[in-house]
Each structure stands twice: as structure tokens, then as C-alpha cells.
Design a binder for this molecule. Structure first.
Ligand code: MRU
Length: 360
């Protein structure tokens, strides 16, 4: 993805003992990068959401484990670092997936071999993420092109949260297809949910603007109305965890969009790379739903007239606040899951990945 004239990934190695990241807490007001030199630095960046989005959290977690091995490559530290990192953001399965892959590779090695091998593996996971997202984008773009041929006017999409370049190493999941379709000349427009409380929709709007994709920011509750009015052709989102039968855990508010889409007879598509599919998940309700700080709801951050990024409290201090960060859209509301292998309705998802045997 280009910012100005410079091509960026969302995370990149610096030498073999630091990683660069984009500080997403400052976007869309300021573009700033940070250098993270310890596993704890990366852990803090994941927890504070300077680094966020399921695939990106997974890759950052892999680099964090590699940094942990540079600090102390003992068996004990491998186990402890894995556990601490895994607990940072519980809903997105990509973090667990990447840490499990790293640990499986590192455990049989001697401590002296671990740091170097871990660094190479983290870079490999990052490169794989880019390739997966490009393939998802190709598959989604074919779908969008076909849908555009049906509507014979600019295709109207609605997306929730940020499933773009910033949420991955590059290209994004849901937005990857939008970028590819746009680049191929498919006229389209994206309704961007604001996505309270963290306002990831502002990141989506920033990305779409950087790529020249027409879009409009809306409040989270506007989607149903736009669908009723005939102003949405399809909903396209990413996910943090998809069960083998196609239930979708994604940013809070996704479920309501799926319900509204169903009520209005509109397709609801979910774009995910295979590391987001949790083949071990038997019961959709077993997904750990992250409860985040109530400050995210009671405070708003924006840019003041002075040009400074400022946070203000908007909720009375006596008000009780809750902040569940994700919800689950049952498979029956999902039209199709767009993966690097192709698009499948939920019952056919497992057939795209015969090497994984769904649990139970
Ligand atoms: O809390 P976040 O910002 O990490 O949540 C991100 C999302 O919910 C995205 O929709 C999801 O990770 C898909 S990203 C390609």
C-alpha cells in the first residue's frame, strides 16, 4: 500500500532485532511509524491496538516471539512468551495460529538455534499473509465484477471495521477485492461503518481515500436504513475467527449488519485467509469474546482545532459502561466465505481445505 509515494507494509523487519510498525492509534490524523525492539514492546503495541486486525496481530505475535527468543531462548521463556502473547487479544485466532506454528518449529531446536530460525519464520508468515490476501482479492474481484454486471451502475458495498491493508501485512482481506476490482475498472462505492467504539471505519476511509476508492463514512446504525432504501448491493467484511461450519466472529456490530442484509435479501460475504479459520471450533459460542476497557466507550479521540490529537470524556462518570469488542454471525446468515482457495457457502467451506479435518 502506498502512503504518499512510499510503499509500506503494516509491519516490517528492521535488521534482525527490531520491527517497524505503523502506529494505528494516531491514524487517520497522523501517519507515524514506531520501532519495536523487545517482545514487550510488541505485546504493548498489540494490547493498545497500535497494531491491530486479525492477520496483522498474528504476524506481529510471530515477530514478538522471535524477539523473545533473542532475549532468552530457554524452553521456559518460549512457553511463557507464547502464553503472554496469546492472551493479548483472545478473539482473533490468527494470533494463536501464528504462535502455535512458531512454537512447533522452535521447541525441538536447541536454544542457540531458536532466535535466528524464529526471525526467518516470522518473515515467512508475513510474506505468506501478503500472498493469501492477494489471492483473496483476486477471488473477490471476480465476484464484484459479476455483481456489477448485474446491477449496471456503480456497485454499492457496505463494510464494517477495517479489514484492509492496515489489518494485514498488505492488501487486506475484505478490502483486497475492493482494491482489485477498483483497479480493474469496476465502478464501485463503499459505505464505511464508523465502527464504534474504536472507530476502525476511520482507518478504512483513510485507506480507501489513499487508493482513490469512492466511499462514504456512516454511523454504525445507518446500514439497515441504506439497505431498505436500495442503496446497498452487498455487505463485505473480514473476520477474526471463522468456525469450520462458517460462523463468523468479527467486530462488534457485524451481526446486526448480517441480520439487516438477510431481512433485505442482500448477500453477506466474509473474506478471510485460511489462518483465520479455526478448524477446532465446535460450538460458535465458544469463541472468547474480548472485553475491552470501558474507556474506549466513554472517551473519544479526535483532532482539536490546535491540531493536537486530543481525547475527551463523553460519558458521565456515574454511567455503567460495557465494551464487548466482537460478536458472532451464525453461518446461516453468511452467503459466502471468500478465501485464497475460492468462495464457498458455509456448508462447503471445509471442502476447500480437505487437508484440515473439522473437529467433531
Ligand atoms: O479490534 P480490531 O481492530 O483488531 O478488530 C479487527 C476486525 O474486527 C477486523 O474486521 C478483522 O480482524 C478482519 S481483518 C482483515
Amino acid at each position: 500500500m502506498k502512503v504518499g509515494n512510499t510503499h509500506y507494509r503494516s509491519v516490517w523487519p528492521i535488521g534482525d532485532d527490531a520491527v517497524g510498525v505503523i502506529d494505528q492509534t494516531r491514524l487517520p490524523h497522523a501517519f507515524a511509524t514506531r520501532t519495536l525492539t523487545t517482545a514487550d514492546d510488541v505485546l504493548a503495541a498489540i494490547k493498545t491496538m497500535a497494531v491491530r486486525g486479525a492477520p496483522l496481530i498474528g504476524v506481529a505475535g510471530a515477530y514478538a516471539l522471535a524477539l523473545a527468543m533473542r532475549e532468552d531462548a530457554s524452553d521456559t521463556n518460549l512457553t511463557t512468551a507464547h502464553q503472554r502473547l496469546n492472551a493479548a487479544r483472545p478473539t482473533a485466532v490468527n494470533l494463536r495460529w501464528a504462535l502455535d506454528r512458531m512454537s512447533a518449529l522452535l521447541t525441538p531446536l536447541s536454544p542457540a538455534q531458536r532466535a535466528h530460525t524464529a526471525w526467518l519464520e516470522a518473515a515467512c508468515i508475513a510474506d505468506e499473509d501478503v500472498a493469501l490476501n492477494q489471492s483473496i482479492g483476486r477471488n473477490a474481484a471476480v465476484l464484484l465484477q459479476a455483481m456489477h454486471a448485474d446491477v449496471k451502475r456503480p456497485l454499492q458495498l457496505l463494510t464494517h471495521c477495517n479489514a484492509g491493508w492496515l489489518a494485514t501485512v498488505d492488501f487486506g482481506t475484505a478490502l483486497s477485492g475492493i482494491y482489485q476490482a477498483h483497479d480493474a475498472g469496476v465502478p464501485l462505492h463503499v459505505w464505511v461503518d464508523e465502527t464504534r467504539p474504536r472507530n476502525q471505519g476511520l482507518l478504512t476511509a483513510w485507506e480507501l481515500a489513499a487508493h482513490g476508492v469512492p466511499h462514504t463514512l456512516i454511523v454504525d446504525s445507518a446500514g439497515g436504513h441504506l439497505m431498505q432504501r436500495g442503496d446497498v448491493d452487498l455487505v463485505l467484511v473480514g473476520a477474526d475467527r471463522v468456525s469450520a461450519r462458517g460462523d463468523v466472529a468479527n467486530k462488534i456490530g457485524t451481526y446486526m449488519k448480517a441480520l439487516a442484509a438477510r431481512d433485505n435479501g442482500l448477500p453477506f460475504f466474509v473474506a478471510v485467509p485460511s489462518p483465520t479459520i479455526d478448524w477446532s471450533l465446535r460450538d460458535q459460542m465458544n469463541v472468547p469474546i474480548e472485553e475491552r476497557s470501558v474507556d474506549e466507550v466513554s472517551r473519544l479521540t479526535g483532532i482539536a482545532a490546535s491540531g493536537n490529537i486530543t481525547t475527551v470524556r463523553v460519558v458521565d462518570q456515574s454511567t455503567t459502561v460495557a465494551n464487548p469488542a466482537f460478536d458472532i454471525t451464525p453461518a446461516r446468515l453468511v452467503t459466502g466465505i471468500i478465501t485464497e482457495r475460492g468462495i464457498a457457502a458455509p456448508p462447503d467451506l471445509a471442502a476447500l481445505f480437505p487437508e484440515f479435518r473439522p473437529a467433531g
